[in-house]
Design a protein around this ligand. Structure first.
Ligand SMILES: [Zn+2]
Length: 161
């Protein structure tokens, strides 16, 4: 017969595993709330890589794009902040998935010269608990659309991509 401490440990490990599945998982994603004042004023070169957020797509994207709105737990929340039909470096791509959370990915590069246009995403937890990159077209990456920070658009905006 199992002792109580063993059972408790097992349940804790299961809970931990569940909490880290999907984009940000359930418990981590729930922490997507505005921080207390002054908690984000410690940016360093090292933190710019944002590798301490590789388990949460939203927290990673906001680390790279600090003005990304808060409260982006669910896919419906992510869709609600879409404000651009094309990408610029510094925007965040919103990507539907089989999860209710969907996915958010930082736009790290946009190649407007060749056809088709190619977008490079830098993202967390697309591969579980890892920071990775993907490059492709808007369609091949299944990008619904983008949230872009103020000021990225120019007179040369190329239209949907
Ligand atoms: Zn633009």
């Amino acid at each position: 017969m199992l002792s109580s401490p063993t059972r408790i440990l097992s349940l804790s490990l299961i809970t931990l595993a569940l909490a880290t599945t999907g984009c940000g998982g359930t418990e981590m994603e729930m922490e997507d709330v505005a921080p207390q004042a002054s908690s984000e004023e410690t940016a360093t070169v090292e933190s710019a890589a944002c590798t301490d957020h590789c388990d949460n797509c939203v927290l990673f994207a906001r680390c790279r794009a600090p003005n990304l709105p808060y409260g982006l737990t669910y896919w419906s929340d992510k869709v609600a902040v879409i404000n651009s039909n094309h990408a610029h470096v510094g925007c965040v791509a919103m990507i539907p998935t089989s999860h209710a959370y969907g996915h958010a990915a930082f736009v790290a590069d946009v190649d407007t010269a060749p056809n088709p246009n190619r977008i490079t995403l830098r993202e967390a937890n697309w591969t579980p608990n890892a920071c990775t990159s993907r490059t492709g077209t808007k369609d091949s990456l299944n990008i619904r659309n983008y949230w872009c920070p103020a000021g990225v658009h120019t007179a040369k905006c190329a239209g949907p991509m």
